[in-house]
Write a new protein. Structure first.
Length: 261
């Protein structure tokens, strides 16, 4: 499955390359890697330890379509916008932290014993706005070019929910809120693999390393169209504190290579 998705990305990048180049559209490819922080139904909301501990890693292969050398587009558009295609993978191990697991009660011990894991593959595109003229940046080694991007992705997730006390679903093991049916599921937890749409917002900057390469610092917020991505979704009619869908933040560093002069 992983090899197939990587092949599809390079097929999407490679097939249009020659035809796009005829119109002055150039390509840049790169790799970005960093840390993922998952904001989910695990742990106490806005708890610092919960946010710091529920982290994982992510890596992305990216392709940029650069329009700055075209003759048939608006000057402002081609000097400020790029289209970014991306295939990314991330994984995070999840656990409950915060006030509710520190009370020393049987319920808090069941909560503390829960373990989760989420694995994500994402494929999508973004329209990216560069604050500095693209040509000016490309011609100035040592310069920076901040950017902002927005776009849709299709995400395929595999979520697991387990407990160190025993099998999930056993009332002596599972906290009560996760035994109640929720959103068409028999419980408020699920071990499943599914596809879901997500939206991404990226902020970052490039640093001009050489005439044909950049370093990149990239930050991303990704919001999913589902609350099952982490494997937990307690009944929202009863548990109002879990009303938001899952989302994550990513912070990474990468290297971009220009394919065309």
């Amino acid at each position: 499955m992983i090899k197939l998705k990587i092949f599809v990305l390079f097929l999407l990048i490679g097939l249009p390359h020659n035809s796009f180049s005829q119109f002055g559209i150039t390509h840049e490819i790169g790799v970005i890697a960093g840390r993922v922080e998952f904001r989910s139904d695990y742990g106490q909301r806005d708890n610092t330890k919960n946010n710091l501990e529920n982290q994982g890693f992510g890596v992305a292969v990216v392709d940029y379509m650069n329009f700055s050398y075209t003759d048939n587009l608006n000057d402002y558009f081609k000097e400020h916008f790029k289209v970014r295609s991306e295939l990314s993978y991330s994984q995070a191990n999840l656990q409950h932290y915060g006030e509710w697991v520190e009370r020393g009660t049987p319920g808090s011990e069941r909560l503390k014993a829960m373990r989760g894991s989420t694995e994500l593959f994402n494929l999508g595109m973004q329209l990216e706005y560069n604050f500095i003229h693209i040509h000016d940046f490309e011609n100035t080694i040592g310069s920076f070019n901040p950017y902002i991007g927005l776009g849709p992705q299709i995400s395929y997730y595999t979520a697991t929910a387990t407990s160190t006390l025993g099998e999930m679903g056993d009332p002596s093991v599972t906290p009560t809120k996760y035994l109640i049916p929720s959103d068409g599921h028999p419980h408020g937890y699920s071990n499943e693999s599914k596809a879901v749409f997500s939206a991404t917002l990226n902020l970052g900057t490039r640093f001009k390393l050489t005439t044909m390469s950049d370093l990149i610092f990239d930050m991303r917020a990704q919001y999913f169209g589902s609350d099952w991505v982490d494997g937990l979704n307690p009944n929202k009619d009863l548990f109002k504190e879990n009303k938001q869908n899952d989302w994550l933040t990513f912070v990474g560093l990468g290297y971009i290579l220009y394919l065309d002069n």
